[in-house]
Ligand binder design. Structure first.
Ligand SMILES: NC(=O)c1ccc[n+]([C@@H]2O[C@H](COP(=O)([O-])OP(=O)(O)OC[C@H]3O[C@@H](n4cnc5c(N)ncnc54)[C@H](OP(=O)(O)O)[C@@H]3O)[C@@H](O)[C@H]2O)c1
Length: 272
């Protein structure tokens, strides 16, 4: 069976390694975390792999998954390359970041390793939950075509839905996910601050939040973004937008700028 070494045994590393071990896709070989105890705990939980305490202790493998935090990928690639000699085998190495491309693994590419990135669009909060939820997850593959050809069936076997992203598009691709999810809590917090400032009782906020968000999700899911748009921009009421923008700006300047920018996008979405 194809062997896989895992560097970074956190939420993503453990989830994918667990699924691949269960489905017999890869033989999970050596597992490294920043702490040996963490690697040991991961191997026990996965029922697979051998915990090791250093990069030097990792045996050669066909595939290496680097599932460390984004800020550590480059340093791990440098450190791993320093332990390896260039050879004829050309192992596969990939990381799991959404925002970085295979270029973060350049020190290994310099040794002849084939590099890629594989980003799964799922919020991996807890390993057990992510293992259950993984089927149907969209997985963006980027990098060396021969690596993508190996990773695609590996992800498909555990229920992933693969597609390709160009290396130069990874940052924009990842920014899209920020728009899709990360800004929602930000917008909600601005709305709640403005409601509080204008006297909406605090105890009503949780219900208000739940109702409006549920309606928005239902409408967007059913009708798509343009069909679900309501409010002054949907009606093309530019005068109302300008009045509100001025009031929001006076209350809180960053919120006022966001209001202006989002209103311009909303008018464009509504075709005005
Ligand atoms: N979480 C998500 O929802 C999600 C979704 C898609 C993609 N991703 C991507 O997946 C990657 C991993 O994220 P994660 O959320 O799984 O991170 P995580 O849960 O914080 O786990 C990171 C793991 O890396 C280990 N580590 C850190 N530095 C290391 C080093 N120098 N050498 C070896 N191991 C090291 C940590 O060890 P210890 O256990 O000892 O601390 C930990 O096991 C990131 O690129 C992230 O952007 C995350």
């Amino acid at each position: 069976m194809t062997t896989l070494n895992l560097i970074g045994a956190g939420r993503v590393g453990r989830t994918l390694a667990t699924l691949w071990a269960r489905h017999g896709v890869f033989e999970i070989q050596d597992v490294l975390a920043s702490r040996l105890a963490s690697a040991r705990e991961a191997c026990t939980a996965m029922g697979a792999g051998t915990a090791v305490g250093s990069l030097q202790a990792m045996r050669p493998a066909d595939v290496w998954m680097v599932a460390v935090q984004d800020a550590r990928i480059a340093e791990v690639a440098r450190a791993l390359a320093a332990t390896q000699a260039s050879g004829a085998t050309r192992p596969i190495v990939f990381h799991c970041s959404g925002a970085q491309n295979a270029g973060s693994l350049q020190p290994l590419a310099n040794l002849g390793w084939r590099t890629a990135s594989a980003h799964c669009i799922l919020s991996f909060t807890q390993v057990e939950a992510a293992v259950q939820q993984f089927a149907g997850t969209a997985c963006a593959l980027e990098g060396d075509a021969t690596v993508c050809a190996v990773l695609e069936p590996a992800f498909q076997t555990i229920g992933g839905q693969c597609f390709r992203v160009a290396g130069e598009d990874k940052v924009l691709y990842h920014a899209a996910a920020v728009f899709a999810t990360n800004f929602l809590p930000v917008l909600q917090s601005v709305a709640e601050a403005a409601w509080t400032r204008t006297g909406v009782p605090t105890h009503l906020l949780p219900q208000l939040r739940a109702n409006l968000l549920r309606n928005a999700v239902d409408n967007i899911t059913r009708l798509g973004p343009a069909g679900a748009l309501t409010g002054p921009a949907a009606r093309g009421d530019v005068a109302a937008i300008e009045r509100q923008a001025a009031v929001v700006q006076a209350w809180d300047a960053p919120s006022g700028e966001a209001y202006q920018a989002l209103s311009a996008l909303a008018l464009r979405l509504a075709g005005h």
